[in-house]
Design a protein around this ligand. Structure first.
Ligand SMILES: Cc1cc2nc3c(=O)[nH]c(=O)nc-3n(C[C@H](O)[C@H](O)[C@H](O)COP(=O)(O)OP(=O)(O)OC[C@H]3O[C@@H](n4cnc5c(N)ncnc54)[C@H](O)[C@@H]3O)c2cc1C
Length: 392
């Protein structure tokens, strides 16, 4: 960990990236997203546009064909997408899931996968952690990988594995040593790269889950899947630590999406409150309309500062676990309060799909639950920041 002083930018940083991402999003108006949502379709055209512009390879180092940008730049990309009314949920994992391979993979794995992920030739955007009977208690996961010859035989089940049907590769977390043979439950868990192109219908069955948002998420059934030993990431048994390393990046980036959502709702709410005239005056003249929006704005500003702090610490190689978690919690709550204020401001029209408010409102609710729920963040802060006893 570096101990150098960390500087934090307060301006509209990366203005060229913001402009360019905004221009891409202009090609995908509300109509496009409504259609994808109604059909539960994957937004291929939008993902292709971002891939071609190189934005999904923002965090891949230049030597592996990416842009080699800091996490703050990736944060700006995702915030801008969401503030424009679009959604990066279909592809955000392509940005950060590769971080596990980058930090812990062998040079051979990096050379094999990262350049192709950077061009979009290979999609690594499925992350199989959650299981139906395990919940947030990840170390209790039941999926087992047993050494067999020059590989591993894997059996188990995952749930909520988003984008598995639109991904060539999946990072899979599985137990390689039974829990009663390790000192700590965090040990004995390993990370594998599963080539879904070969594994689909050959040990892996993927079943989409019908959800209230268009998220392309799935159940994944794994039966006697053979994974070559060369697809093990890092050392056997250390996978839990590897994925924890990547979670801070994920938290900062999801927080940035929530921040973009909050900005979207505030902008739409203010515009409507100024133009909608009822009882002879714009509804925004009423404190009952303007105060919730103003409060959401204040919360959004505060969340943005914590996001910037977390990103600055991350980019300087400093520990940012507390900041990344708090950023995700504060931004997801600011977004939800902004969504509620905007929804109420739009009156009955909020329910009409053509206004996009109900779709964005549904979508932003997820951020208080995934990738980690608010309670678990509060438990982390209570225990690790404040020194309170572990509550679970
Ligand atoms: C649309 C969607 C996409 C997802 N994508 C992925 C993905 O790509 N890959 C993946 O691996 N997972 C994914 N997830 C899973 C997601 O990360 C989990 O749903 C989330 O972490 C919560 O886990 P759970 O649903 O098992 O809830 P549980 O762990 O069962 O918790 C249920 C509730 O109880 C609370 N709770 C549990 N324990 C405690 C405690 N000790 N103290 C206080 N409260 C507690 C939780 O906060 C939560 O509110 C996705 C989920 C959704 C809905």
């Amino acid at each position: 960990m570096s101990s150098a002083a960390v500087q934090m930018d307060l301006d509209q940083d990366y203005p060229e990236i913001r402009d360019s991402v905004r221009r891409i999003c202009e090609g995908f108006p509300g109509e496009y997203w409504r259609e994808q949502d109604a059909k539960s379709e994957y937004p291929h055209a939008f993902v292709d546009a971002l891939t071609e512009a190189g934005y999904l390879a923002a965090l891949i180092p230049e030597e592996y064909g990416g842009a080699g940008l800091p996490i703050r730049a990736a944060s700006v990309i995702l915030e801008t997408i969401h503030a424009a009314g679009s959604s990066a949920a279909a592809c955000h994992a392509q940005m950060y899931t590769m971080g596990t391979v980058l930090r812990h993979g062998s040079e051979e794995q990096k050379r094999k996968y990262l350049p192709k992920i950077a061009t979009g030739e290979l999609r690594l955007q499925a992350f199989g952690v959650s299981e139906p009977t395990t919940g947030t208690d990840t170390t209790q996961l039941k999926t087992r990988a047993v050494r067999e010859g020059d590989g591993y035989r894997v059996n188990g089940q995952k749930i909520w594995t988003s984008r598995a049907l639109q991904s060539d590769l999946m990072l899979l977390l599985a137990r390689t040593t039974p829990p009663d043979e390790v000192q700590k439950r965090t040990q004995g868990i390993s990370v594998f790269i599963v080539d879904l192109r070969e594994a689909k219908d050959n040990g892996v069955e993927i079943r989409p889950i019908d959800t209230m948002i268009n998220h392309n998420t799935n159940e994944v059934f794994i039966e006697n899947l053979f994974v070559p030993a060369e697809n093990l990431v890092g050392e056997e048994g250390k996978g839990f630590r590897y994925i924890l390393d990547g979670m801070n990046a994920e938290r900062v980036l999801i927080a940035s999406e929530a921040l973009g959502d909050a900005r979207y709702f505030i902008e739409r709410g203010v515009a409507y409150a100024n133009e909608r005239v009822v009882f002879g005056a714009p509804i925004g003249k009423n404190q009952g309309i303007q105060f919730p929006i103003a409060r959401a704005h204040a919360e959004t500003e505060a969340a943005e500062l914590v996001i910037r702090k977390a990103a600055a610490l991350f980019d300087n190689g400093r520990d940012c676990g507390a900041e990344a978690n708090m950023a995700k919690m504060l931004a997801s709550e600011a977004a939800w309060h902004a969504a509620e204020a905007c929804f109420q401001t739009f009156g009955g029209f909020a329910f009409a799909r053509e206004y996009d408010i109900e779709r964005k409102w549904r979508e932003c609710r997820l951020m208080q639950t995934a990738p980690i729920s608010t309670n678990l963040i509060l438990a982390y802060v209570a225990q690790h920041v404040l020194g309170l006893p572990r509550s679970y």
